[in-house]
Design a protein around this ligand. Structure first.
Ligand code: PLP
Length: 397
């Protein structure tokens, strides 16, 4: 049987590993030695589970979307990560990593953020746990995502605008890594997705795997079987998708559908469809598919959705795609916007633009009436209202 989980060296097939500067070697090694011990420790599990329940609001509902099902002529359940505290799945990971950092004796939390969602989730948990919190964010994003910057500050975090490169996520990540190099002893770096050097992709996938753990139980209660025919999720770095598929990775009865950001089209020069367009390279400590030119320089990604606007993708997903375990669709901006409006009008749920890419995949698949589909709504759309309004499709005017 194929095994799509990480191997003991930190690889998923040919992807993954830890390609890091010498100065970070001890930090990453310390993390690698600690993470499984802590995550499997009873005291950690008890505290994490309790907070997921009482603070985050888990389990998130598995909602049978009747009108959406009718439209696509199959049975569609929505996994409602949009109903979590702070409005997305990212809090699952931020909470888990702060609990781990405390157990490793770290006093100072740093993180990078693009749209600000991971920054807000991290600042939220740091407020809860009374930890110092420093968030690196590209200056361009600081200006574009003003409300999230104010949320982080209100929560007590220090937001550091980054002025190198394009002043966006990739540059913020470089700056966070630089900080970590300067303060290796007391600082814990929380990565917000299934990216970065091993053990981050596996650790983040495990912390998000509560999503598929719940799907199993909830689907059994609804349907009398604990697996769907299809799982669908959007992919930026890959954490909500990893959580959605974690317990089904090696169950080949379940088809895995991933939706990445096509932007204005994969051949338009304005895209973030890394799996379609990327070649193997190294970004932020991981060997993975990467949008790069002939000289290996990173190509700036573009997507209408800030959370999917990343030139790399998690090594787990690179492997699933290259082994054809997952089918990957590039969903363009306009397709995502349309799908977002469709869900809003059919079910009264305004999805995050990222999640709208997963919904955009529905029209690309030929379902049978007996098919059971679980689609993860990774976040709520409140943050995206302006973009939805400025790009309103004619059919909804
Ligand atoms: C950040 C974000 C994503 C993309 O990140 P993944 O790690 O790929 O899940 C998707 N949806 C929402 C709502 C987000 O905030």
């Amino acid at each position: 049987m194929n095994n799509y989980q990480v191997n003991k060296d930190g690889y998923y097939g040919e992807f993954g590993g830890a390609y890091i500067p010498e100065i970070l070697h001890r930090c990453v090694e310390e993390l690698r030695e600690s993470y499984l011990k802590v995550l499997e420790n009873d005291d950690f599990k008890k505290e994490f589970t309790q907070l997921l329940h009482d603070y985050v609001g888990r389990p998130s509902p598995l909602y049978l979307a009747k009108r959406l099902s009718e439209k696509y002529n199959c049975t569609i359940y929505l996994k409602r990560e949009d109903l979590n505290h702070t409005g997305a799945h990212k809090i699952n990971n931020a909470l888990g990593q702060v609990l781990l950092a405390r157990r490793m004796g770290k006093k100072r939390i740093i993180a990078e953020t693009g749209a600000g969602q991971h920054g807000v989730a991290t600042a939220t948990v740091c407020a809860l746990m009374n930890m110092e919190c420093i968030i690196y964010m590209g200056k361009t994003d600081v200006e574009r995502q003003h409300i999230n910057v104010e949320r982080m500050k209100m929560l007590g975090a220090t937001v550091c605008p980054v002025t190198s490169g394009n002043m966006t996520l990739k540059d913020a990540t470089n700056e966070a890594i630089r900080d970590w190099c300067c303060h290796p002893a007391d600082t814990y770096y929380i990565i917000g997705s299934t990216v970065g050097p091993h053990p981050y992709p596996d650790m983040v996938a495990r912390l998000q795997s509560v999503i598929s753990e719940e799907i199993k139980k909830q689907l059994f209660a609804h349907e009398g079987r604990d697996y769907p025919d299809y799982l669908i999720a959007c992919v930026g770095g890959g954490s909500n998708a990893a959580g959605t598929i974690f317990h089904y990775l090696n169950d080949e009865r379940v088809k895995i559908i991933l939706a990445e950001a096509g932007g204005k089209g994969i051949n338009s020069g304005m895209s973030a469809a890394t799996i379609h367009l990327g070649r193997t390279g190294i970004i932020h400590g991981s060997k993975t598919l990467l949008m790069q030119n002939e000289d290996g320089q990173i190509i700036e990604p573009y997507s209408i959705s800030a959370g999917l606007d990343y030139p790399g993708v998690g090594p787990l997903h690179s492997n699933l795609a290259s082994k054809h375990r997952a089918t990957v669709f590039a969903i363009n901006d306009d397709e995502a916007i349309n799908a977002g409006y469709e869900l809003t009008r059919l079910e009264g749920i305004i999805p995050a633009l990222e999640s709208a890419h997963a919904l955009g995949a529905l029209s690309k698949i030929k379902f049978r009436p007996s098919d059971i589909v679980v689609l993860t709504v990774s976040g709520r759309g409140d943050k995206d209202i302006e973009t939805y309004l400025n790009n309103k499709p004619d059919s909804y005017k």
